[in-house]
Design a protein. Structure first.
Length: 250
């Protein structure tokens, strides 16, 4: 009999990843790795980042110099970690793991996993990070760098600029990304990892997860005392079945 993992809407956040990443790095280390903003798959972040609008009243040479300095600063000092949230569809709440595009884009075409993390406990474990839901817009507006102030301080000015304008710089995306229902965590500094030791409550295995790896993931999940379930799609609906061993039948 297939049963669904109990969901307390709004309590959990969801991180989709490849199985290799989960088994080799995340679960053994009890950590999630923050990545550079410039390694995002959003062109606004990894390519333009509003560079077309953050500077005015400067010639092209100075524009390129400040643009490069800003890119270097972001790459060295600004990292992010992204989750999906529960969401509403046709007046009904949908748990964040039921996200076909997220399974396709971030979990190796449904061969990977979705980590279920208690939001409140994760915040306690990683209190130095800033976070917000993403706001989706058709037109993105960015704050302007004061090039005169930048010339006086360069990196010290950029640090103040980024902290002051974090909401506009990090927590807005084009509406085409709105189906991700994203919650983003930002580190402005040198922290590289987020702990999930006390906040990971379960794992969903993708519909195409290799069942030969069942015993391995069961062993790795023992320290977390979390629930493990395999997603099954029938007639366009998601169902979940508990994982017991390699010999489970689906």
């Amino acid at each position: 009999m297939m049963v669904q993992m109990p969901i307390d809407y709004g309590k959990n956040i969801y991180h989709f990843t490849r199985i290799e990443t989960a088994l080799l790095y995340i679960l053994p280390s009890h950590n999630l790795k923050l990545t550079s903003l410039l390694e995002s798959n959003d062109p606004k972040e990894n390519r333009t980042f509003g560079f077309w609008s953050i500077l005015s009243e400067v010639d092209m040479s100075k524009h390129q110099t400040i643009k490069h300095a800003f890119q270097v600063f972001l790459h060295k000092n600004c990292k992010h970690l992204c989750f999906s949230l529960d969401y509403k569809k046709n007046r009904f709440f949908v748990p964040g793991f039921r996200h076909p595009t997220m399974w396709a884009h971030y979990a190796d075409n449904s061969k990977g996993v979705c980590l279920v993390i208690n939001r409140e406990k994760f915040l306690l474990e990683n209190s130095k990070l800033i976070n917000s839901k993403i706001k989706y817009k058709s037109i993105l507006d960015f704050p302007s760098i004061d090039w005169r102030q930048w010339e006086k301080g360069e990196n010290s000015y950029l640090e103040k600029f980024v902290n002051k304008n974090a909401n506009k710089l990090f927590f807005q995306k084009h509406y085409h990304w709105s189906n991700e229902h994203e919650l983003k965590f930002i580190e402005i500094g040198q922290i590289e990892y987020c702990s999930i030791q006390n906040s990971l409550v379960g794992v969903y295995l993708g519909p195409d997860f290799d069942s030969k790896l069942n015993n391995l993931i069961l062993e790795l999940m023992k320290p977390y005392n979390g629930q493990i379930e395999r997603l099954i799609i029938e007639d366009g609906e998601f169902f979940a079945s508990p994982i017991l061993s390699t010999n489970d039948e689906f």
